[in-house]
Design a protein around this ligand. Structure first.
Ligand code: SF4
Length: 963
């Protein structure tokens, strides 16, 4: 007699077609049906004899609800939405507590919750009638009203709610063996009617093998009891005592989940190497969502074939996303972010992808951020931009035409009044805009399933026309978000299940990982939607089914024949857990009596290869395909590669590069040095090469009205205009005229904002005032600071371009402003609307370097350049104007001439001399490097610099692997 209770029962009555086997899940039923062929030796068995508990409930009660059909989840949703609509429209809302009257207008938001509680309402009523302590409050009254209303709906439409039906089961000649009631959430509700039905028998998850009689043979089918057989009437009742031999449960523990996954993968690999077929192996994983990527990697690295047997929502699959993206897009009024997500989604098979991409770049060019309302009218930002584009290009008319058609088709699809209308419009949309032949077979299958869902909704619409919700497309999207889709199995492999799904299945080899107290606990909470105090008044309590599940995993595996030899081998079930998981520290589940340290396989080829490379072991005797492929790829690259600009100068090696460097940097007066170039090169030569020589720029992928660079341009422009007017009208800054200057500033800001091409486009006009206010606020702080510190100073240089050449170097820069007083004190000012270099960065380091070259370079130009008003004298003041903070930050400063309260570090001109020399030295090295086209990365450059560098994905230094 087998130890396996399912096998024993099938062996006993598998041949009797009047016996139906009932399992906790569909998967267990399907897998035992397959196994039953081998156990009974029959060629075929009707699939209706192996069913899941939910099907049993429908079938067993069907006889008592003749002429009715079971209600479905989607019908519950339709009913709940209709009820929500009635609640909203009623003069006095139907509910006072389930949907608070204050929220009656948004009743639809409560519909999903209402749909979920509907199946439990009969249980609630039964419990309430049993409990003497049940009180009635508004919520209770609402729940009674809900049940009555739902019951009327079911009756009127010849439907029944399977979980409400607890009539005495009718003996129609069929017999049922219900496996593992402890693992079935609502079994206890059915226990009384099952006990009264002699033709239904339950087999416990805890019953010891010897104690269970091997029975059910139908006397009718077999013509009476055979020797040693009992009939259903004599069978043991379900064993409630969860003791049995569960104490034998033990599990292996690992320090971390990675160790656990590695050990499991190596154990599976060993089985495969022994010839065990992968499809006979299963892995069950609590918290699969977290573990799945790591498990996938571990198995894929070792070339172990596997198959996830977990469904994912249809709406989350690549091609199933289309409908949600379309809904978002229309709901947002074709706002750039939502529209871009739809247009650029790689799984949407646009007939002409170029048009979709061109439309996105048109949106970026023309700042099509979002539509807006003007009074009652809604302005479509795209249409406005096509009428009056800020940056027009020749092909725009084609994109405009396509946009018009697409936006109308999407709006009409999403705005459909019913499900069949959605279906018709979907087909015509698909016809006009999509080419489904571009989809992969998998994506195509997903899309077909979505359309099937739509077809069932359309069928329901035909049968229940009054239930069609106000926004059918939104309901369709939510159905797709809920509906689980399990990928069609293309190939065989190790089966990976979410926890519980494959409990009680016959897989000969089953690994249950992550069996910790937190992750593997299974609690059933009947009437969980009620408050705990109400549940306890109704004598409803939680039940812990964790042990039942562990036992199912333990007792159900069948022995497996080996692929190579025909010998049957014992199956194995291995439980394991790790003390440190990806989401925190864990303890083993308390159901396990013993915990053993998990064993590590000493034959991991990755570990052997690493040890060998480090000289700590001998050459690995085998390699995974991925190791071999990596080695071959490395060898192939190494052969052809003999130069890297990160480590060696180009010299004359690349002619066009030499020509470009000459044209841009090697001027007749000397090597061109600007602050931007020198700052980039001093950090890393590759930065100068990529950014300044090759002009690689980060492309903006978003439509934005103003970016910080554009705002910076505006500040400079406005301040230059105002100070030019001060110079022209007053000669120098006059404190008493500050209010007038602020008025000039306001005018200049509005003019400038309107005049800049960056700020054109349909959205610019409504926002230009906001932008101007921001500019005024920032620039006004400069004027107020000047009133305090630079009264009487004349703006002698405004946006002045200066150059100076010496020792083969041509220094160049554009100085925002120099203001000077009658005594010849000159203040150089550089406006900054973004990051401001801290003054301490100009301190010369032990290696003779400084962190920024801007102020030294400008100081040099102010003192030496032709045309500078300070030429020939030392510049006493060089400041940053920090616009964001609204204050000056001096670098070079003489406190005696212009008092400065702050105790922060300031350099006198003499103290600044070492920084000036650092500039000269760096410029010399820079000139030599350019002459050799040397753009190497400094050896001592910290990795963190590369990690935050905008060019890291191009130069790829951060991805280099070094032994
Ligand atoms: S990633 Fe590093 S090496 Fe590459 S350009 Fe940037 S700083 Fe230089």
């Amino acid at each position: 007699v087998s130890d396996n209770p399912v096998e024993r029962e099938i062996r006993a009555s598998g041949a009797d077609d009047s016996v139906t086997f009932v399992f906790p899940s569909d998967i267990a039923a399907a897998l035992w049906l397959e196994a039953a062929l081998g156990i009974t030796g029959r060629g075929t068995i009707p699939s209706g004899r192996f069913i899941a508990w939910d099907r049993f409930k429908e079938r067993a009660v069907q006889a008592t609800v003749a002429g009715k059909t079971p209600v479905s989840a989607i019908l519950r949703q339709l009913y709940a939405l209709d009820l929500a609509r009635r609640n909203r429209e009623a003069a006095t809302p139907i509910f006072s507590s389930l949907i608070p009257p204050a929220y009656a207008d948004t009743s639809a938001a409560f519909a999903p919750w209402i749909a979920r509680v509907l199946p439990s309402l009969a249980l609630l009523e039964r419990r309430r009638s049993r409990s003497s302590r049940a009180e009635r409050d508004g919520e209770d009254r609402d729940l009674v009203a809900l049940k009555d209303d739902y019951a009327r709906f079911l009756e009127a439409n010849s439907l029944f709610e399977p979980s409400w039906q607890l009539p005495p089961l009718v003996d129609s000649g069929e017999r049922f063996v219900v496996f593992f009631p402890e693992a079935i959430e609502d079994y206890s509700e059915y226990e009384p009617v099952i006990e009264d039905a002699p033709f239904v028998r339950a087999v416990s998850a805890f019953g010891s093998a010897d104690a269970r009689p091997a029975i059910p043979t139908s006397p009718g089918a077999r013509g009476g009891k055979g020797p040693g057989q009992l009939d259903f009437f004599d069978a043991d009742p379900v064993t409630d005592d969860p003791t049995g031999d569960e104490d034998e449960l033990s599990l292996a523990s690992y320090p971390t989940t990675r160790d656990e996954l590695k050990a499991v993968a190596l154990a599976i690999e060993n089985l495969l190497r022994e010839g065990i077929p992968p499809e006979t192996i299963a892995v069950s994983v609590p918290d699969l969502d977290t573990v799945a990527p790591y498990l996938t990697r571990e198995l894929a690295l070792r070339s172990i074939p596997f198959e996830f047997r977990a469904g994912s929502p249809l709406g989350a699959r690549p091609s199933g996303r289309f409908f949600a993206l379309a809904a978002d897009c229309v709901a947002s009024g074709f706002a750039f972010t939502q529209f871009k997500a739809l247009l650029l989604d790689r799984s949407v098979p646009w007939k002409d992808r170029n048009l979709a991409e061109d439309l996105v770049s048109f949106g970026i060019r023309n700042h099509c951020v979002t539509g807006w309302r003007e009074g009652a009218a809604r302005i479509d930002v795209w249409e406005a931009a096509f009428r009056d584009p800020a940056y027009a290009e020749r092909g725009d008319w084609r994109i405009g035409e396509w946009y018009g058609k697409l936006s109308r088709a999407l709006a009409s699809l999403v705005g459909s009044a019913g499900f069949s209308e959605i279906r018709n419009r979907w087909f015509s949309f698909r016809e006009s805009f999509l080419d489904v032949s571009l989809l992969s077979p998998e994506d195509d299958a997903v899309l077909a399933r979505c359309v099937e869902e739509l077809a069932s909704l359309a069928a329901l619409e035909e049968r229940f026309p009054s239930l069609v919700p106000a926004e059918p497309f939104a309901l369709f999207v939510s159905v797709l978000a809920d509906k689980k889709y399990v990928r069609r199995r293309a190939e065989t492999g190790v089966n990976i299940f979410p926890y519980r799904v494959a409990a009680g299945t016959p897989f000969p080899y089953h690994f249950i990982i992550n069996a910790s107290q937190d992750d593997a606990t299974v609690m059933y909470r009947p009437l969980g939607f009620l408050r705990d105090d109400k549940r306890s008044r109704l004598l409803v309590s939680d039940s812990d089914a964790s042990r039942a599940f562990f036992n199912l995993y333990r007792i159900c595996p069948l022995p497996a024949p080996r692929a190579e030899s025909a010998n049957a081998t014992e199956g194995t079930v291995e439980f394991s857990f790790s003390r440190r998981t990806f989401t925190g520290y864990r303890i083993p589940h308390s159901a396990f009596a013993r915990e053993e340290e998990g064993a590590f396989q000493a034959t991991d080829p990755f570990a052997l290869e690493t040890a060998w490379l480090l000289g700590r072991g001998s050459e690995p005797d085998r390699l995974y395909p991925v190791q071999k492929a990596a080695f071959d790829a490395w060898r192939a690259r190494d052969g052809g590669r003999n130069f890297s600009y990160l480590t060696e100068p180009f010299g004359e090696r690349v002619e066009p590069l030499t020509a470009r460097v000459r044209a841009r940097f090697l001027k007749p007066e000397g090597t061109l040095v600007t602050a931007t170039h020198l700052n980039a090169w001093a950090t890393c030569g590759a930065k100068l090469l990529l950014g300044q020589v090759l002009s690689v720029e980060e492309e903006s992928q978003d439509a934005e009205l103003m970016n910080e660079r554009n705002i910076g341009i505006l500040y400079h422009d406005v301040l230059c205009t105002v100070y030019r007017k001060i110079r022209d009208e007053d000669g120098s800054f006059r404190k008493e005229r500050a209010d007038t200057y602020l008025e000039w500033l306001a005018l200049a800001a509005r003019d400038s904002a309107g005049g800049y091409a960056e700020f054109r486009g349909p959205l610019a006009a409504p926002l230009i005032d906001t932008l101007a206010d921001r500019i005024i606020e920032g620039a006004a702080a400069v004027i107020r600071n000047d009133a305090e510190r630079l009264d009487g100073f004349a703006p002698v240089v405004l946006e002045g371009k200066f150059s100076h050449s010496s020792d083969g170097i041509l220094y160049y820069g554009q100085i925002d402003r120099i203001s000077a007083d009658a005594e010849g004190n000159a203040v150089l000012i550089d406006y900054k609307s973004g990051f401001v270099t801290p003054t301490a960065d100009y301190e010369v380091s032990g290696e003779g370097a400084i962190g920024d070259f801007q102020i030294p370079l400008y100081t040099l130009l102010a003192e030496r350049a032709e045309g500078s008003p300070c030429k020939g004298s030392k510049l006493g003041f060089a400041w940053f104007a920090d616009i964001r903070k609204g204050k000056y930050q001096p670098v070079v400063h003489d406190r005696e001439t212009i008092p400065w309260g702050s105790r922060s570090r300031l350099f006198s001109r003499e103290e600044f001399e070492p920084s000036m020399q650092a500039l000269a030295r760096t410029a010399e090295r820079y000139a030599r490097a350019l002459a050799e086209a040397d753009f190497t990365r400094p050896k001592e450059l910290p990795w963190t610099e590369c990690a935050s560098c905008a060019f890291r994905k191009i130069c790829r230094r951060v991805y280099q692997v070094r032994p």
